[in-house]
Unconditional design. Structure first.
Length: 344
């Protein structure tokens, strides 16, 4: 076919040439050109390709990041990891929560409401009012494991690692010669506030897949992990959404069962509607609830065990105090009831 015949062999191609001759700086998609000309997009695309082959038009492909789709994929990966590990573990790993001998926490007020002890392989949600002492409670466990040189992974979203070490140090009798190498942080807070982190593992709090991978890397490098802390779950919900956060919590539960360790997850019990709290409670093995109230006698704190799989536990509110050393101590106030319940 002669060149001029090829250029004018269809009305669509003639319209395209006319349009571009009149608008030499025009840059548009095939769909946009079809709308301008009132033509069928498929016919326009076919003729555009012919003009590109002739060299009259230049075709430029542009790539851009699809953030929404990226988040969907991250959520899907997290869900697959969680469901996959749960499926592989089967009932055997769930049963290990109840089969292994329980441990005492070392806190008189907590051991009183857990007379049989706490399952050492379990994920426990600390559902707390702000100021009720959730930081002191977690710091007690961290300090205990660090002093015993047991490896701990601490995912921090609300505080600097240095501050967390200081809080844990306050729980120790002699903290001068403590080896802190067993406490490994996944620092998700420094990036939030735009500060350079000194920790080897620093992740974006919105990148749940990266956080999960960091936890796995630490587990592979450190070997036996005794404690995992997620501080805090409500920050994940705010950064992402409740659905993504719950799926990530499932991943954390799976990681704890894989490592055969204790996992503590902090959540503000007043930050979200009760339905959101219930969704988180359904995923974990245990729930310790802390509340703080103003009374005629001053500030009153109390706790109860809403859930603890496979062990006897008190379900009524039990008062406690926070000492000047930020430690949990029994309160002089008597609990309303000392009744305990056992889950089947």
């Amino acid at each position: 076919m002669k060149l001029f015949e090829r250029l004018l062999d269809t009305d669509v191609k003639a319209d395209l040439l006319t349009l571009f001759h009149n608008n030499s700086n025009l840059s548009e998609t095939a769909e946009g050109l079809a709308r301008r000309m009132g033509r069928n997009p498929a016919e326009v695309y076919r003729e555009l390709e012919d003009l590109v082959e002739l060299g009259i038009l230049r075709k430029v492909e542009v790539y851009s990041f699809g953030a929404d789709r990226d988040k969907e994929i991250q959520d899907a990966i997290s869900k697959q990891l969680a469901l996959g590990e749960m499926a592989e573990s089967g009932q055997a790993e769930i049963d290990q929560v109840t089969a292994i001998p329980k441990i005492t926490t070392g806190l008189e007020v907590l051991d009183a409401v857990l007379p049989d002890g706490m399952p050492p392989i379990s994920t426990v949600l600390i559902l707390s009012d702000p100021g009720a002492g959730e930081e002191s409670l977690v710091a007690h466990f961290v300090s205990k494991y660090v002093q015993q040189k047991k490896s701990t992974i601490y995912v921090t979203l609300d505080n600097f690692p240095a501050n967390i070490r200081q809080i844990a140090r306050s729980q120790m009798v002699a903290a001068e010669n403590v080896d802190w190498s067993s406490l490994v942080f996944v620092d998700c807070y420094s990036k939030t506030v735009g500060v350079e982190s000194d920790e080897p593992h620093t992740e974006d709090p919105e990148n749940l897949s990266a956080i999960s991978i960091a936890i796995s890397d630490i587990m592979n490098r450190e070997g036996a992990i005794s404690l995992i802390v997620l501080d805090s779950f409500n920050t994940l919900i705010r950064k992402r959404n409740i659905r993504s956060a719950i799926e990530f919590l499932r991943v954390i539960v799976a990681r704890a069962r894989q490592a055969k360790c204790l996992c503590l997850v902090i959540m503000n019990r007043k930050a979200f509607p009760p339905a959101m709290n219930a969704s988180a409670q359904d995923v974990v093995d245990g729930v310790i609830e802390l509340k703080i109230e103003e009374t005629e006698e001053g500030i009153a704190r109390s706790l109860r065990i809403l859930k603890m799989v496979g062990t006897k536990h008190a379900t009524t509110w039990t008062p406690y105090d926070i000492s000047d050393e930020n430690k949990f101590v029994p309160s002089k106030k008597k609990p309303v009831s000392t009744a305990a319940s056992r889950l089947s």
